[in-house]
Design a protein around this ligand. Structure first.
Ligand code: DOR
Length: 425
């Protein structure tokens, strides 16, 4: 049988402290222990090796939104941040509500993405839920309970009905839980007040109350400790809610405008104190152009880029011993993979061979270091640790700023009923 060459990651320090050589063949780990003489050996003794991250909340844009980002630049940004699998959100233009647009989205990613991916189905009153499941949707949503960029809010009766249909399929509903009060949205403090933590909590409770079928729920980008505590489902939190607070910048700074809002420093600290209850860290990578963000606060779109900085920011915290490496692996790789039902990346035989190899040294974050087309970051000036080398499906796909394109894996959802149109190259 024709095998790809063997790759050995030598002297990898496992999360439990033991050192092993990890032997990789045909995209999988085949052995952990003393490594054989291999075609290719990477010395990992001075580095921290993590299983590739799975970012379950990414807006890759593309199509008419390609000035913000597309699959190529977005996936380069992902890989350069140690993320080997992304889950694309369906609030695209047009939104992913029908199988034909969904299939086109998958083909676009197959042709242009450098990282592996899954694609979610939109949830609107008109979405063909069962057909989207059959087309290979990974999960449903983010389902908007309040309006946001490129997302219309769902009312309670429609949502309740849709949750019933998703549940009947055994699917996962992912929820953007917010409530919006009317008022002048003219700065970060106002944005925080109009889309308040209390409103987020109300939305969580309302979604749970209308989930009469008992559909499996995943709460996206939770921004306050109270909502985290109230959530009956898996909890996702973003780095911008963990590491940024609105008092750190001028009130009219649109680069911090995002839904749910960047909160006060006090709220940020209580969210961080909920660390153990957080199941998944995801970026909610939502790039907009600098021009769009240069508009008056009330006109500027909500959303911040973050797929490339998610793990690097967490790794800087690991170096400072504020969080542990096993927690980072669990919340960015193991749990997200289990949530989606895709094979886990890891150090044991049979595991998916996606890894990112990090130096034990942080740098100061600057937009120039990053690969997203949007060209800016809200995390400017923070400390971050970027991977030197990234391996996807057993192949080095990124090293010292250079990318090698290897066809991505599309992870279709469990309902997938057939083959997508062959990708044109
Ligand atoms: O701030 C946000 N931007 N929140 C969302 O839910 C959507 C996102 C976007 O797509 O720009």
């Amino acid at each position: 049988m024709d095998h790809r060459p063997e790759l050995v990651l030598a002297g990898v320090q496992l999360p439990d402290g033991r050192r092993k050589d990890i032997t990789i063949r045909d995209g999988r780990v085949v052995h952990a222990g003393a490594g054989p003489a291999a075609d290719w050996v990477i010395d990992c003794t001075k580095y921290l090796v993590l299983p590739g991250a799975v970012d379950v909340h990414v807006h890759m844009r593309g199509g008419s939104q390609s000035k913000k980002e597309d699959w190529q630049t977005g996936s380069m940004s992902a890989l350069a941040g140690g993320v080997t699998v992304v889950v694309d959100q369906p609030n695209t233009v047009p939104p992913l509500t029908a199988p034909e647009v969904f299939r086109q989205r998958v083909v676009d990613a197959q042709v242009h993405s450098l990282c592996s991916f899954a694609v979610n189905s939109a949830v609107t009153p008109d979405t063909q839920i069962e057909a989207m499941w059959g087309a290979g949707a990974m999960a449903f949503g983010e389902t908007f309970f309040a309006p946001s960029s490129y997302g219309e809010a769902m009312g309670v009766p429609d949502l309740s009905r849709m949750l019933g249909r998703i549940h009947a399929l055994g699917g996962l509903a992912t929820i953007h839980a917010e409530s919006v009060r009317p008022g002048d949205d003219d700065g970060l403090a106002a944005h925080d007040a109009l889309r308040s933590p209390e409103g987020e909590l109300d939305a969580v409770l309302a979604v749970q109350a209308c989930n009469t079928s008992g559909c499996r729920l995943h709460f996206c980008h939770m921004s306050s400790a109270l909502s985290v505590a109230a959530a009956r489902g898996t909890v996702e939190v973003t780095p911008h809610h963990l590491f940024l607070s609105r008092e750190k910048v001028c009130d009219d700074n649109t680069m911090f405008k995002v839904n749910p809002p960047v909160r006060s420093e006090r709220e940020r600290k209580s969210l961080l104190a909920s660390w153990d209850r957080i199941d998944v860290i995801a970026s909610d990578h939502a790039p907009h152009t600098k021009g769009e963000k240069a508009q008056a606060f009330s006109q500027a779109p909500s959303g911040v880029p973050g797929v490339e900085t998610m793990v690097p920011l967490l790794m800087a915290e690991v170096l400072e011993k504020r969080i542990t490496l096993p927690d980072v692996i669990k919340k960015t790789s193991t749990t997200p993979a289990a949530l989606l039902g895709i094979p886990a990346a890891g150090f044991g035989p049979g595991d998916r061979a996606d890894f990112a190899i990090y130096p034990k040294k942080a740098v100061t974050l600057e937009a120039d270091l990053l690969h997203s087309r949007c060209g800016w970051t809200p995390f400017e000036g923070l400390r971050a640790v970027f991977p030197k080398t990234v391996i996807r499906d057993g192949t080095v796909v990124y090293e010292d700023g250079e990318f090698t394109r290897v066809s991505p894996v599309w992870f279709a959802g469990r309902g997938y009923a057939g083959r997508p149109a062959p990708a044109k190259r």
